[in-house]
Write a protein that binds this ligand. Structure first.
Ligand code: 5GP
Ligand code: ZN
Length: 119
């Protein structure tokens, strides 16, 4: 169980409010906010409010919470009106895959043409 936060983690600091973020959705267990460096017209990150280093460790420890990220990601897509056209959910897992923030998160990307090299 990881109900503690990591004092050195940027996303934990967003959970506590120590670092500001543009929050678009919130549940008791998850937070969705806009990526500071958007790679698409809609680029939102959905995170658990508890610290896990990546999606795999989150899913192993708390599968319901992992599923909650998907539910919230879909709700973000609906809110942002990108669901009908189509969007991407991306979990970078490990530095070799481009993960730079080691707090589990799913990227919700949409509003552009993925055939033109978006992300
Ligand atoms: P990763 O590469 O780990 O999958 O994605 C991390 C994402 O977090 C990047 O897209 C990056 O732009 C975003 N990010 C990093 N620091 C911050 C921050 O302080 N605020 C916000 N809103 N996004 C951040
Ligand atoms: Zn964290």
């Amino acid at each position: 169980m990881a109900d503690q936060l990591d004092p050195d983690c940027v996303f934990c600091k967003i959970v506590t409010g120590a670092i500001p973020a543009t929050v678009v959705r919130e549940t008791p267990a998850t937070l969705a906010f806009r990526d500071i460096n958007p790679q698409a017209p809609t680029h939102v990150l959905v995170i658990p409010k508890t610290h896990y280093p990546n999606a795999a460790t989150l899913a192993a420890a708390e599968p319901e919470l992992a599923a909650g990220l998907l539910t919230e990601a879909a709700a973000v897509a609906a809110d942002e009106k990108i669901a009908d056209h189509g969007y991407r959910m991306i979990f970078n897992t490990g530095a070799g895959a481009g993960q730079t923030v080691f707090h589990a998160h799913v990227h919700v990307l949409g509003g552009g043409d993925f055939h033109e090299g978006l992300v």
